[in-house]
Design a protein around this ligand. Structure first.
Ligand SMILES: *Cc1c(COP(=O)(O)O)cnc(C)c1O
Length: 469
């Protein structure tokens, strides 16, 4: 180590000196003495390491430690799970929390969870009640199914169903439907984990009824259909219609189960977007058990829903595994409120559904208004260029992977100034973070996914991020 590095090491500030800084003691009130001390230690260690490694490029050692400590402590003193503005145009954005829930659902969560509730209590009987009973009747009304059950998410729903009806038995599934949803949900793995044996039939692009028929053995319990949520097999393809699979399963005394993924409760009815089968249509086609998510196209909180034959649902209700994947009271309260919007025929009041149904005319006039207010808020930056542009929005959530929703957005660029990537980063670091699209030299704010007062907040955010200069 050379002499200058030794001098630098000696000028690293002492812990006591850092602890005495006013902003440090203020943040101690937020996250406690120990956490602050740990963050300071981390900052000191990282600067010391970069000096030792010959990587320290700054003059001011003390300043470097303080900057590093500030960043660490600031980050830890505020919640990292926080609200953001979604300006990407992806409606069911998996990384941004999938479906936002309606105000009525938030009110229901507050009402039920700020105090005690009837979660497992029957007021009529004055005795223990069933936690799932609150929402099951509505699910049955909305889908026409005999039985319904809710769990933590759709992955859990599939696992619970298989554990209850196919443990140690064979499950036949088409090669074209061996889906990976992303992360850790892969149909072959889920089947193995649930203790059943997967029997793959057909080819990637074509599976025939006879493929299923020929694969049935004494050990077969289930014919499984899986929605190919996030991909499409196109061209020379064939899949077996639900009615035919149902007929085959029932003729052979088997159970026909479908993992429907998104789970539409009613047709979306958007011009240009082919409607997928609704849960009710699956039930009417003879599917015995349908599983789907609560926070994809349904527009509710994270959960998994199982509907179908009451005798099979009963088996799932009695399965030990249910206890591990049961739904919390806040989720049930939110789901109850969302289902009531469907019951009232007000599904467009559900943000996910409402955003998907917005028309191009609506979006264009909103983009024009937003562009106008952004021009006002950036009036002091003459090089700022703000214009409305056509954009392609997406359903998201692994649904409709090949369908673009025509939309409108506002493109913002700073000629000769900061790059679009840098601008996008500043928006992400704003006090109310904005996640936007980036297109060549511009940041593009898609208006479809702006909610509530986002459009009033954006001009203020632009003022804020340009004050930094
Ligand atoms: C999304 C999806 C899942 C997983 O659902 P989660 O609610 O995320 O657990 C399972 N199967 C299909 C077909 C899906 O689309």
């Amino acid at each position: 180590m050379d002499e200058s590095a030794k001098i630098q090491l000696r000028s690293i500030p002492k812990m006591d000196e850092l602890l005495a800084l006013p902003w440090v003691s203020e943040l101690e009130e937020e996250i406690g003495h120990d956490a602050v001390k740990n963050a300071l230690t981390e900052a000191i260690d990282s600067v010391r390491k970069s000096i030792r490694d010959g990587q320290f490029g700054r003059e001011d050692v003390r300043g470097a430690v303080i900057d590093a400590a500030h960043e660490l402590i600031d980050k830890r003193a505020s919640a990292s799970l926080r609200r953001v503005i979604n300006a990407t145009g992806v409606v069911v954005h998996t990384n941004l929390g999938r479906s936002p829930i309606p105000r009525s659902a938030v009110d229901a969560i507050c009402d039920v969870s700020i105090g005690y509730s009837t979660l497992e209590y029957s007021l009529e009987a004055g005795a223990r009640g069933q936690r799932n009973s609150h929402v099951e009747w509505m699910i049955k009304e909305l889908t026409g199914a005999e039985g319904a059950l809710v769990v933590n998410n759709n992955a859990a729903a599939v696992l619970l169903a298989l554990a209850a009806i196919a443990k140690g038995r064979e499950v036949i599934v088409s090669a074209g439907e061996l889906v990976e949803i992303g992360g850790s949900f892969r149909i072959p793995d889920i089947l193995a984990f649930g203790g059943s044996k997967m029997v793959m039939v057909g080819c990637t692009n074509r599976t025939h009824l006879r493929d299923y028929r020929d694969a049935i053995t004494e050990d077969t319990a289930v014919l499984l259909k899986v929605h190919p949520s996030n991909y499409r097999v196109m061209g020379f393809t064939e899949e077996v219609p639900r009615e035919e699979l149902a007929a085959l399963a029932h003729e052979r005394g088997l159970i026909f189960m479908e993992d429907l993924g998104s789970g539409l409760l009613e047709p979306l009815g958007i011009p240009g977007v082919p409607d997928e089968a609704t849960v009710r249509q699956c039930i009417e086609s003879g599917v015995d058990i349908v599983t789907f998510s609560g926070d994809k196209l349904l527009g509710g909180p994270q959960m998994g829903i199982l509907v179908g034959r009451e005798d099979l649902i009963g088996k799932m209700r009695r399965n030990q595994f249910l206890r591990a994947v049961r739904v919390d009271k806040m989720t049930l309260a939110a789901f109850d409120a969302v289902l009531r919007e469907y019951m009232r025929g007000q599904s467009s009041a559900i943000p996910t559904i409402g955003m998907l149904r917005l028309t191009e005319d609506d979006l264009r006039s909103r983009a024009e208004k937003l562009a106008e207010s952004l021009r006002l808020s950036t009036a002091s930056i003459p090089s700022a260029k703000i214009e409305i542009v056509r954009v392609e929005d997406a359903v998201g959530g692994g649904s409709y992977p090949t369908t673009a929703l025509p939309g409108w957005g506002v493109a913002v660029s700073i000629a000769g100034g900061i790059s679009s990537g840098k601008l996008a980063e500043r928006l992400r670091r704003a006090s109310l973070p904005v996640v936007a699209g980036v297109r060549d030299d511009a940041v593009v704010l898609h208006v479809r996914t702006l909610l509530g007062d986002d459009e009033d907040s954006l001009p203020k955010i632009f003022k804020e991020i340009f004050r930094v200069d």
